[in-house]
Design a protein around this ligand. Structure first.
Ligand code: SF4
Ligand code: SF4
Ligand code: SF4
Ligand code: FES
Length: 950
């Protein structure tokens, strides 16, 4: 396939966005009758009728601008030549798109553009994929009368500051598409057209280099640019792609669809998929640009084994690695009992892979010792939403936010962690929706380009439940309850108990002000706005779940939504923003020790019978060990071996030293991953993992949307992750014989009611499917709990605020809270191996200038942070984004050791760690902490041991 073939597979550009209105309008274009929704442009109607009109400044991702004058048409009864992109259709309109006069005008316009454009088409990176080139061909331009002697921009200097794309002003036609993309699609407003008339050119920020401006490198402008002015550096280096495959981003829980554009088995670029229902053709810097880790030289591509972690690694064949692992697991079970081993599934792997790991543990290991990293992020969501609404998942589509009148964001910073959804949310805010932010920090969500929170409840970390009770107090005592909704949809007794509880004076905003640090007036205002401002939607993140009362807070949020009738339709709902790409899926697939796929308790005999007969084994009815319990059991000697697929528990779990001690106490740790990560340094077997580009499968995003992941290159280590699990099962004597991941999905569908209607074929046909998808909802379920809650009646649960045990003291007077930033992802294993380090190359400690001053800390100083768990050293950033008494850091770099500081405290219901509240002291220091020195030594030793002998 050549570049022209690729272009035919590229989505049609209709020139202007679709209109979603019921009223239809019929007109005539070049003698053809066309019917389109009212408000559609003549250009779009024409393309829909199969009659493309030349265009330069229009694209269907953006509202029309009408500057290039290439798209002119004739309309019967109208004077002149209106631009088809800015002219809406009218009933009975008669349009002509092809006349000699139009051809003349268009040719003249394009000639003007070309007269100030380098004629280097053959050597240009966009050759074969340039709209200016295409339009010149369409209008029949054969020569340019004006020459290059006059003033022009041909020598304008390139801006190559961005690591992923180049800005070459000599090729700019000032169509404004990039500026509009940055405003409308991304919402950053980093670009302007600088200068006037002939002198005008695109400028980033205050006429700065892209890297010095507010640009967040989302790439929307690059995608919108019709010429080679803004071009991916990979395209400049490699040339145009020759084929493309649709797949799903492997980073965050937004689950953006992409077209992986390829030359053979090499990625040329990732282009956000216009038909992707989670992203509608947009992306962030991670998904679009930060895929280089997949071919990074640090990848380990051969299996390795060793007896002790002080031994050098030995490269072995897959056969030897698998039979050694199976032998070790069986030996340990014989010596220490069936329950002495377990497995951890990965939220970065596909549904099919996750399903196989939990099946391996339950069917081949013969126990339920399986857990997943959702334990440390959204396990309280699973618990809290199941208890109140009846289903462990968010209630909406992302698109639903466009119908919200009030948006409440609690403990989440989507601008950094869920950027594409944040862009959509910001679009709604620019349209006038109100915003309430509940967060101890002033994040980018509080204030940004053309939006500002109406209320920012800047609470003290650890006081979420006090806030939610105070909000509820206002709603019930000021008559703001949606009585009709509660009466018909909710459990009356639970409502009455809850109502009485939250109405108590001790839950009033006035009583809670001292606890939360938020004024009663702000709490009252926010509660009134949420309850009476129209459609109100709650979005929340790990700032809700990662607390001692994480599950309580999730239930408190569900209570608020039910009490105000804000659930069961578009524009409302309870929406957990999932961190990793497949957190929702890994939970759905039965990764928790107490639940089989579809959130059915292992003690339920009917469910067990179903799986026992399908799998041909007897299942243990008792829940297995959670991750923290595995560590405890390892330390007491009863848990000896662990299979970890695609997680780095040493870096991501709290109290690193405790985790390391537990791992050191085990006999056989098997790590399956792309890189020799922190956990692999304690491993005895290393099995090469495969990236999302190397396998088929599905991911399920935060909207319950299951989308295809498609293999675009062979597995670099020889096997996709699901194949490795299958090999291991077979070596353990439990047969697995799937020929393709679609067969695994077929089994999931047979055994899981919420997936009964899901298959690869159907996903291919529909693009993606939101579960539940079954006989009742054959095409999936965008909005949940529409007529009734999954559990029948919605259940209110009393949410009593109990202060965390993690108290500030004279010795530890500050509260440390943690979070993420845009350019890095989770433990950073992927993003640290890309140019994204140009934005963030180290974790820093944010501290309020007042606290810094008291400690003689200046911006950029090295500071020691000490908690009851441990010590580490980071550099300080002084900022008023954190309140006095609170410090903040990210956890993307292993050497920072943020989790050396965090403690073993956890959520009462699910053991989700209390990452967000750690009492610490901070002081200036001049050298790394003892832990860091030891970590450096250990890392060096392990790297030496990994210089393998075969
Ligand atoms: S990359 Fe994104 S943020 Fe940067 S200028 Fe382009 S559209 Fe704006
Ligand atoms: S950089 Fe590209 S999109 Fe922006 S104005 Fe120039 S040609 Fe148009
Ligand atoms: S928003 Fe999330 S899913 Fe989308 S491109 Fe960025 S990291 Fe990937
Ligand atoms: S495409 Fe219509 S004016 Fe440019």
């Amino acid at each position: 396939m050549n570049t022209r073939d690729l272009k035919r597979t590229v989505d049609i550009d209709y020139g202007t966005p679709a209109r979603e209105v019921a009223a239809m309008v019929t007109l005539e274009i070049d003698g053809n009758s066309v019917t389109v929704p009212a408000g559609t442009s003549v250009m779009r109607a024409s393309v829909e009728a199969g009659i493309p009109i030349p265009k330069l400044c229009a694209t269907d991702m953006l509202e029309a601008f009408g500057s290039c004058r290439v798209c002119l048409v004739e309309i019967e009864g109208r004077k002149g030549y209106p631009a088809s992109c800015t002219t809406p259709v009218e009933a009975g309109m008669k349009v002509r798109t092809q006349t000699p006069k139009l051809a003349d005008i268009r040719r003249g316009m394009v000639e003007l553009y070309i007269s100030d454009h380098p004629l280097d088409c053959l050597t240009c990176a966009a050759n074969g994929n340039c709209e200016l080139q295409d339009v010149a061909g369409q209008v029949g331009l054969r020569d340019v009368r004006y020459g290059y002697q006059g003033e022009n921009h041909l020598a304008a200097k390139k801006d190559e500051s961005n690591p992923y794309f180049t800005y070459d002003p000599s090729k700019c036609i000032v169509c404004n598409r990039c500026v509009r993309a940055c405003e409308e699609t991304q919402g950053t407003f980093a670009l302007t057209i600088d200068g006037r008339g002939f002198a005008s050119r695109v400028a980033a920020g205050q006429n700065e280099a892209f890297m010095a401006s507010e640009c967040v490198s989302c790439g929307a402008c690059v995608q919108a640019c019709p010429t080679a002015t803004l071009t991916e550096k990979t395209v400049i280096m490699m040339g145009q792609a020759t084929r493309s495959e649709t797949t799903t981003c492997a980073y965050c829980g937004v689950g953006c669809g992409f077209k992986a554009e390829m030359q053979g088995d090499k990625v040329v670029r990732m282009v956000p998929w216009k038909d992707g229902k989670a992203n509608h053709g947009h992306s962030c810097v991670k998904g679009r640009f930060a895929w280089g880790y997949a071919t990074h030289k640090d990848r380990i591509l051969k299996p390795m084994i060793r007896q002790k972690i002080t031994d050098p690694w030995r490269e072995v064949s897959w056969e030897e690695a698998i039979s050694h692992t199976a032998g070790e697991f069986r030996r340990i079970q014989q010596q220490h009992g069936r329950d002495s081993i377990g497995g951890i599934t990965s939220s970065r792997c596909t549904n099919e892979e996750t399903y196989l790991v939990q099946k391996l543990v339950r069917a081949a290991f013969g126990n339920n010792n399986v857990d997943t990293c959702a334990r440390v992020c959204h396990s309280p969501t699973g618990y809290g939403l199941k208890q109140t609404l009846g289903e462990s998942a968010g209630t909406q589509t992302f698109d639903s936010v466009m119908k919200a009148d009030v948006i409440m964001v609690i403990g989440a910073n989507p601008v950094a962690a869920h950027p594409v959804f944040a862009s959509q949310m910001k679009r709604r805010l620019r349209q006038g929706a109100k915003l309430i932010v509940i967060d101890p920090r002033t994040t980018e969500m509080v204030r940004g380009a053309h939006y500002e929170a109406d209320y920012h409840l800047k609470l003290k970390p650890g006081t979420n439940v006090a806030i939610v009770s105070a909000l509820a107090h206002v709603i019930v005592t000021e008559g703001l309850v949606d009585e009709a909704f509660v009466a018909t949809r909710c459990d009356a007794q639970s409502f009455s108990d809850w109502n009485a509880f939250v109405a108590l004076p001790e839950n009033s905003p006035e009583a809670m002000a001292a606890v939360t640090g938020v004024s009663a007036e702000a709490i009252r205002g926010a509660a009134r706005l949420y309850a009476s401002g129209g459609n109100a939607a709650i979005y929340y993140g790990l700032g809700v779940t990662e607390h001692a009362q994480g599950s309580t807070m999730v239930m408190g949020i569900a209570n608020l939504a039910m009490a105000t009738g804000n659930i069961g339709r578009e524009g409302v709902g309870v929406n957990p923003l999932r961190g990793q790409n497949n957190v929702q899926g890994s939970c759905d697939m039965g990764s928790f020790p107490h639940e089989l796929p579809g959130y059915r308790h292992i003690s339920d005999k009917v469910t067990r019978d179903l799986f026992e007969s399908a799998w041909g084994v007897t299942l243990n009815p008792e829940p297995g060990l959670r991750i923290p319990n595995m560590f405890e059991a390892a330390l007491d000697g009863s848990f000896r071996a662990l299979y970890v697929q695609g997680e780095d528990i040493v870096q991501s779990d709290p109290n690193t030293q405790h985790v390391a001690e537990a791992l050191s106490a085990m006999e056989c740790i098997v790590v399956q991953d792309l890189f020799l990560n922190e956990t692999a340094k304690y491993a005895h077997v290393f099995l090469p993992g495969s990236s999302f580009l190397e396998k088929d499968g599905t991911f399920t995003n935060a909207e319950r949307r299951t989308s295809r992941v498609r293999k675009v290159m062979p597995a670099k280590g020889g096997y996709a992750d699901w194949e490795v699990t299958q090999l291991l099962a077979n070596a353990l004597g439990y047969p697995m014989n799937y020929a393709h991941p679609s067969e695994i999905m077929d089994e999931i569908a047979r055994l899981t009611p919420t997936f009964h209607g899901v298959s690869f074929d159907k996903i291919d046909r529909l693009g993606s499917i939101q579960w539940p998808c079954n006989e009742h909802a054959p095409d999936g379920t965008p909005i949940m709990h529409v007529d009734e809650f999954v559990r029948g009646k919605g259940r209110f649960i009393i949410t009593k605020y109990i202060a965390t045990d993690e108290k500030v003291t004279q010795r530890y007077p500050l509260i440390l809270t943690t979070g993420r930033i845009l350019s890095q992802y989770n433990v950073g294993a992927q993003t640290r191996r890309t140019e994204n380090v140009r934005w963030h190359s180290e974790d820093r400690l944010e501290i309020h200038p007042h606290d810094a001053d008291e400690r003689s800390i200046r911006d950029g100083d090295w500071v020691g942070i000490e908690s009851r768990s441990g010590q580490t050293v980071l550099r300080a950033t002084l900022t008023e984004n954190v309140q006095p008494g609170v410090v903040y850091t990210t956890f993307h770099f292993p050497e920072s050791g943020a989790n050396v500081i965090t403690t073993d405290n956890s959520d009462w219901a699910t053991n989700c760690p209390e990452y967000k509240v750690t009492a610490v002291q901070v002081m200036p220091v001049t050298q790394p902490s003892e832990w860091q020195k030891q970590h450096q030594r250990f890392t060096q030793e392990q790297l030496e041991l990994a210089r393998v002998d075969s």
